[in-house]
Design a protein around this ligand. Sequence first.
Ligand code: PEP
Ligand code: MN
Length: 263
Amino acid sequence: LVSRQWKRDPTPVKIGDREIKEGKIFIIAGPCSVETEEQILSTAKVVKEAGGDALRGGAFKPRTSPYTFQGLGERGLVLLAKARDATGLPITTELMDPEDLPLVAKYADAIQVGARNMQNFTLLKKLGRAGKPVLLKRGFGNTIDEWLLAAEYVALHGNGDVVLVERGIRTFDRTLRFTLDVGAIAYAKQQTHLPVIGDPSHPAGDRRYVIPLALAILAAGADGLIVEVHPDPDKAWSDAKQQLTFDQFRELVAKARELARAL
Ligand code: PEP
Ligand code: MN
């Protein structure tokens, strides 16, 4: 169902009142985690003013250590919805537990499946009935074809509105946090009619490398970006090192739009 052999023309995916589609760069941005009302509202305003298309923010966080911040849960979803009301930006957030689907679907305009859940088949099947578009992150230990088959699960179970997200994989080289697989973007764009976007923040692991990786993602043919930005990144409650400052985010949007014109 997700293959170009089945359907040649690119499939646009609606997120709120906006559309991810080929030939236009869609930019999703926001903090790694929703922390406070002030934090998410100020970020949403900057994302909107800089020309972003949607706001991201985690309320249920898949943290490596159980002793670190796990997300605000429903309170985080409520704050995201406030930010949507204030700016008009659609909101995207991660779902981890299939049981939380009704709750997350009540607030979110698009539901993110995190890298660690890419092959949670129970979750993927349930998302087939979610009635909301899905942002499907590639697992950092998964092949491109496993990623496409994960999208196939969601589509087969009733939901064709899937956006594929390359976010870096584990390789022998741990100098950067993950290895951004730009080839996967070029390959996936050939193989599937679904939109493909990239996350430069998690492979970079360090805000100094986020803009170059973002431009590489677009140059490889992606339809957009999902990027982390925070009002005071060094004080962020998760992924502090990699979140962009507001000024860096504005610079990224300007460069991304300029590159898109040249492509
Ligand atoms: C995130 O987007 O904050 C996140 C946890 O991403 P990933 O699932 O790609 O690690
Ligand atoms: Mn993060």
